[in-house]
Design a protein around this ligand. Structure first.
Ligand code: FMN
Length: 311
């Protein structure tokens, strides 16, 4: 086995019957369609990655300014720009086949029907191992309510998506809610195989000279290290409420950050914003997890999942 394909067996984890070589996954929207990173890191070494959100039809996204740096993070209002589900299958998937890594397709739509249409197209995508449903988006047919804020709407969409899907279904929770466990329970009851959390937190930044929002769209999604403690708290709460495997996301930039999420209940983790300032961050995190297991005599990283003491 060549050095580039070495995998530490202690790091292997399973989610909804899918085996990942390690629990470190690139987060949606920050890892393109995977190929963009193939020149920067060895894709064979990462556990997997999630595609940019895919819809049935391609979309241009929002006009600039779409990204603003903030203390310990960034705000983005990219919008859900993407090449469309069919183009992903035709143009990107064939090139991704040669890599030994898991590909998760992130899916969204502006109505339940649009989600189902995207899933139906992607069911033909040979090499997609699971779907991640982005429910942090407005439903145009329901007056713009965000599905991820309504337990009823989220459960209804999960049920339909599960029925339409030929692959395991991960539902990605929005943090912009009062009690994330209410959403988590409703979505699991409706048939989700796994939950990932968190998506970005709605924020705003102001240009004090122009007296205008710094983002053209007005508000944006906050990501990066600044949101990590919020994300850890939410994974901790959800792990106490449901039984399905969780994928922790939010400000992860090192093995110790990843371990916090695993200890409070995550089976795997995703790294987003940190990829922008350090393309090697996923590799370093995997190596750091191996070193931690070694130094702490941990025979399998999965022994640490939800090992936190709860009162
Ligand atoms: C520029 C950008 C684009 C994103 N696009 C998507 C997307 O298309 N679908 C989605 O579910 N999440 C999207 N996200 C959210 C991330 O996947 C992740 O949940 C969030 O950024 C928190 O993780 P982080 O702090 O490690 O970045 C995006 C985030 C950023 C920064």
């Amino acid at each position: 086995m060549s050095e580039t394909h070495y995998h530490d067996p202690k790091l292997s984890v399973e989610i909804a019957g899918i085996r990942f070589n390690n629990p470190v996954i690139g987060a949606s929207g920050t890892f393109g369609y995977g190929l963009e990173f193939a020149e920067l890191i060895d894709l064979n070494r990462i556990g997997g990655f999630v595609t940019k959100g895919l819809s049935a039809k391609s979309l241009p996204g929002n006009p600039p300014a779409r990204i603003v740096e903030t203390h310990g993070g960034m705000l983005n209002a990219i919008g859900l720009q993407n090449i469309g589900a069919r183009a992903f299958i035709k143009e990107k998937l064939p090139q991704l086949k040669k890599y030994d890594t898991r590909i998760i397709a992130n899916v969204f739509g502006y109505s339940d029907d649009e989600y189902i249409e995207a899933i139906t197209i992607l069911n033909d995508g040979d090499g997609i191992c699971a779907y991640e449903l982005n429910i942090s988006c407005p439903n145009v047919k329901e007056g713009g309510i965000v599905i991820g804020n309504s337990p009823d709407a989220a459960a209804r969409l999960t049920e339909k998506a599960k029925r339409a899907s030929t692959k395991p279904l991960i539902v990605k929770l929005s943090p912009n809610v009062t009690d994330v466990t209410v959403l988590a329970r409703a979505i699991v009851q409706a048939g989700a195989d796994s939950l990932s959390l968190i998506n970005t937190i709605i924020g705003m930044s102001v240009d004090i000279v122009k007296q205008r929002p710094r983002l053209n769209y007005g508000t944006g999604g906050l990501s990066g290290p600044a949101i990590r403690p919020i994300a850890v708290r939410m994974v901790y709460e959800v792990a106490g409420a449901v039984k399905v495997p969780l994928i922790g996301i939010g400000g992860i930039a090192s093995a110790s950050d990843a371990l916090e999420f695993i200890i409070v209940g995550a089976t795997a983790i995703q790294i987003g914003t940190a990829n922008y300032y350090d393309p090697q961050v996923m590799i370093k995190t995997i190596e750091g997890l191996s070193r931690h297991c070694e130094s702490q005599n941990i025979t399998s990283l999965s022994n640490l999942i939800n090992s936190i003491s709860r009162n």
